[in-house]
Design a protein around this ligand. Sequence first.
Ligand SMILES: O=C(O)CCC(=O)C(=O)O
Ligand SMILES: [Fe+2]
Length: 383
Amino acid sequence: MDSHDDLDLSQWTWTLGVDWWKRIRRASRFACWGTEPQKRGCCQARDEYLKHKSKEQQLQKLKELLEKAAFLRSEAEVQSQLETGSVVCIDTVKDSLRRGVWVPPRELRPSLFKMLQRRPGVKGMERLQTMKRRSAEVFFDGKGGILKNLDAALDTVVESLGRNGWVACELGAHQSLMARALEEAKSLKPRMSRGTTVIQNEIIDPTTPNADREDRVLFLQEQGLSGPSAAKGPAPTLALLESAIIDIVMHLDPRLQRSGLQLRITERCDGMLSNYEKGGAYSAHIDNADGDGRVDGRVLTAVLYLNVGWDRYAGGELAIFQPDHGDIGDANCNGKWNMIYPEAGTLVFLRADHVLHEVRGAHAERYALSVWFCGQHADYGGS
Ligand SMILES: O=C(O)CCC(=O)C(=O)O
Ligand SMILES: [Fe+2]
């Protein structure tokens, strides 16, 4: 690399002060999935860092960067962010800390998935819609869920993601907690707004066929409903569930890296609460069919359903298409739709960049909490 390479960690540690070092080291696995101002702040600090030639100034800038990136203010705040799950990994911070030099974020290179563009055409989709539908297995249902069977469940999730691209599990949260979460979700309904479709980081005009969704959504962090203050807010249970999902994915990460998928989770998106009113649906789509326009695009979708006492005749299933043979874009593709009822506590993981799925028209109000995770496949040039 360049002259920044000779910044040595011990000096840097000394400059930051022991306390800072301890704090940052603890937070180094975790950094806020930045809001826009935070991200801008990081970029400014990085640019400043690169501009300055004196070590002292560079270190000061690096410190500023890390403060912003890791969103560090006080020990208590970091602790509470770790506990609430409002902070997650960002590789840049990790690498900077490890090496004691500023490691710039990877460029926003266009994702290779862009080339895959796996959406079937209209005719192809009509054909796929005629394929068989069957009920999906929900793992660990009636067995205490993921929470009671953590190791086995993590293995199952990774194995199923590798083999099928998706998996449904029972979370294992107490039904009274799910009932509270549902009440909170209902109370937030007036704050929800129409869901948007994003292609290559651009919001698509909601009237185009590409944006064929009828949900209303709310982003938790954006609305101040996750993170340290969430416990005193109107939706503490949703914040807790969001952090449980994030925690599970943090545990999945090393396993996903070691698995055949060789997938590394690097960021998470803000938790999204969704509501479908009676009749609402979301037509078949891949969440991230175009790489989100960047290398660390969304790779994993987690959806937790909140509907206590869901009537199975009310529709609203999540239908996931799984090819038996061929790819969804192929003219001779065959496969099955796996139907998952949106029952409270069912947690679905699917590969955001691969898996075709849809929400079937619901005849009752339907609530879900989704979190997307970004990352890189090893063969994407990620280290
Ligand atoms: O709520 C669901 O079941 C899934 C919704 C979905 O596919 C999405 O928001 O991308
Ligand atoms: Fe989706």
